[in-house]
Design a protein around this ligand. Structure first.
Ligand SMILES: Nc1ncnc2c1ncn2[C@@H]1O[C@H](COP(=O)(O)OP(=O)(O)OP(=O)(O)O)[C@@H](O)[C@H]1O
Ligand SMILES: [Mg+2]
Length: 140
């Protein structure tokens, strides 16, 4: 369960005030709003990329407000994919496992598992990121 408890953030002239909501385990939650209404800012606060001015973030009963992004285990997928263009598709998939120091065997198996997923294998054939179709970049 993820709970936002009175999250507030001022950025220039834009302010998010007292954002409160809860997402249960296994639930899907859609954040809908006009362009500029603060959706990305809320997601970046949850991921730890932006530090709120006040409020709390509770994940499965524990506050994660003081944790850096890499210790939260929360992913964020942007409209414009953030991939390493100098690495292959496989290397991009393997990267988060490599920095978490998983064994080479585990990384190889996991990367192959995702690369061989039917939808990915059929449509996303390029080895280099620059040749990958837009939807395939999002999948990576
Ligand atoms: N670091 C910052 N400093 C000042 N203003 C910022 C900063 N980051 C975002 N903003 C402003 O905060 C507001 C919310 O931006 P945000 O990107 O969260 O909107 P959004 O709802 O995700 O929009 P879109 O639907 O277009 O993606 C915008 O007015 C934006 O210009
Ligand atoms: Mg946005």
């Amino acid at each position: 369960m993820l709970k936002l408890d009175k999250i507030s953030k001022k950025a220039g002239v834009f302010t998010l005030s007292d954002i409160d909501f809860e997402i249960g385990n296994g639930d899907y939650y859609f954040l809908i709003g006009q362009s500029g209404s603060g959706k990305t800012m809320i997601l970046e606060i949850i991921a730890g990329i932006i530090k709120p001015d006040s409020g709390n973030l509770i994940l499965n009963g524990n506050s994660i407000i003081g944790l850096p992004p890499q210790k939260r285990n929360i992913g964020i997928v942007y409209q414009k994919p953030s991939l390493f263009p100098h690495m292959t598709v496989r290397e991009n998939i393997a990267y988060p496992l490599k920095i978490r120091k998983y064994s080479k065997n585990h990384i190889g198996e996991k990367s192959t598992f995702w690369l061989m997923k039917p939808g990915f294998r059929i449509f996303c054939t390029a080895e280099l990121i620059i040749f990958l179709a837009g939807r395939c970049k999002e999948s990576v």
